[in-house]
Write a protein that binds this ligand. Structure first.
Ligand code: COA
Length: 431
């Protein structure tokens, strides 16, 4: 049978596609804009017909009908990372959570530690050889495709046909539906003066020829905006967004000096504008790969001068970063933070930056604390953390003693909290 005939055979309606889901199944959905709106809407509409179905995803972007406390016995969301659509449910306990390093999710799926019975994913149109590109989120979805009983695709002409290991052959697909609505666009976060000041400290420490990983949140984007004048930057990252595209357009990114995959940018998921998605289409300068490849600390660390920029919510005086919860209330997830901190530590000349405003809630709370709030989920450990940056400067921690770390971190805390931090550090015998 030709690829075109296979395509026609599998083409169906969203409601019919739901027949591939069975009670007790675990459905894997890609990161962010790789989530298929037509399929997830159909699942939401039919959710009362199912029992004990779970949907697992990093960063759900839209609050579909199935993300509903009243119907969790039918279909429940399981977050690998919380975002706006799932945070409230996570904090109330009816959205479940699987802690993970992003880089290790594919391996846990392959080993059967994380379930993957069905895949629902956005996909590009099929090429003449019968391949679709899962370019918006190759992440753990490629591992789930290999493992799943049923792969169900939402084929959309706005999904780029990107290069890299993000292709699925039509023979592997159980059903497909077609949709035409533009891929969801996600704008850059608002950047204030504090974020800009932190961005400047980091940008000043990035040398021409460095390879970058840009994390998630306002400050990583503030750094990017201050790199337009740099030369010969490379990209080896988890998320490709409009910030990176702006560096390509300014001529700052050439990928010429990368030691690993020179001449190419690599990423595992995309989050940005229609312009970004169009840029990704059949562009030999970019490859989209599974996350066990992009985020493997050993592979990423093969690039000299790898710079990783990631945000945290709170840090203690030893340097333990609580980047993903506020006390015991989950806020986001580990994502690729620890992967890239370790990658930058391995890289010759590499620099791992953890960035945070010194305070929260109108300067009433110091985000640098003697001990983390009870219940905080530690994201980057004291053994991995290196450069920490606030609007008051840069603390370098790796190789430093506990006392030196406490002094360095108090030095970049908001001045109004420094005295109290020093007194508390003395009380817990850190100073
Ligand atoms: N106490 C109380 N509230 C706090 C706080 C603290 N210590 N730290 C932050 N907050 C509040 C902020 O005031 C803000 O609230 P607001 O929206 O009402 O102003 C909110 O928490 C978010 O803080 P902010 O600093 O604006 O976070 P951000 O938008 O820059 O995002 C995360 C940071 C959550 C994305 C980041 O910490 C994270 O998830 N890191 C782990 C994952 C990661 O790094 N992945 C990288 C690879 S993609």
């Amino acid at each position: 049978m030709s690829p075109r005939e296979m395509y026609q055979q599998r083409r169906t309606t969203p409601a019919e596609a739901m027949r591939h889901v069975r009670d007790g199944d675990f459905i894997v959905v890609p990161t962010g804009v790789g989530e298929p709106p037509t399929l997830l809407t159909a699942l939401s509409e039919q959710r009362m017909d199912f029992r004990d179905v779970k949907v697992g995803q990093i960063l759900a972007l839209r609050k579909y009908g199935y993300i509903d406390q009243a119907t969790v016995d039918h279909v429940r969301h399981v977050a690998y990372f919380f975002g706006g659509a799932t945070r409230e449910g996570g904090q109330a306990g009816w959205v479940d959570f699987i802690p993970n390093y992003f880089s290790e999710i594919p391996d846990q799926i392959e080993r059967g530690l994380m379930p993957a019975d069905v895949v629902f994913s956005m996909a590009s149109p099929m090429d003449d050889q019968g391949f679709f590109a899962l370019s918006l989120g190759a992440d753990y979805t490629m591992a789930a495709v290999a493992k799943a009983r049923a792969v169900v695709l939402e084929v959309n002409p706005h999904v780029p046909f990107a290069y890299g290991n993000c292709r699925v052959h039509v023979s592997k697909v159980a059903a497909l539906v077609e949709s035409e609505e533009p891929v969801l666009e996600v704008g850059l976060p608002k950047i204030g003066v504090v974020q800009e000041a932190i961005g400047k400290y980091v940008a000043d420490m990035i040398d021409d020829g460095s390879t970058l990983q840009i994390g998630y949140g306002g400050i990583p984007d503030a750094v990017v905006m201050q790199l337009a004048h740099k030369r010969d930057l490379g990209i080896h990252t988890e998320m490709i967004g409009d910030g990176i595209l702006s560096l390509v357009e300014s001529g700052a990114v050439t990928n010429r000096r990368k030691n690993y995959l020179p001449g190419k940018m690599i990423a595992t998921f995309a989050l940005g504008s229609g312009k970004l998605y169009r840029y990704m289409d059949r562009n030999p300068a970019l490859e989209m790969h599974p996350v066990n490849y992009t985020n493997d600390p050993a592979l990423a660390g093969m690039n000299d001068n790898l710079v990783a920029i990631n945000a945290t919510l709170q840090i203690d005086l030893l340097g333990q970063c609580g980047s993903e919860s506020l006390g015991s209330a989950p806020f986001s997830g580990t994502g690729g933070q620890s992967d890239f901190v370790r990658a930058a530590n391995r890289s010759k000349g590499g620099k791992a930056f953890i960035v945070l405003p010194s305070t929260a809630k109108g300067d009433t709370i110091s985000r640098i604390v003697p001990v983390l709030s009870p219940g905080t989920h530690v994201t980057t450990s004291k053994n991995d953390v290196n450069y920490v940056v606030t609007e008051y400067g840069v603390a370098q921690l790796r190789g430093k003693s506990a006392k030196q770390r406490a002094r360095e971190l108090i030095g970049i805390a908001h001045p109004a909290f420094r005295e109290e931090l020093a007194a508390q550090a003395a009380r817990i015998k850190l100073l």
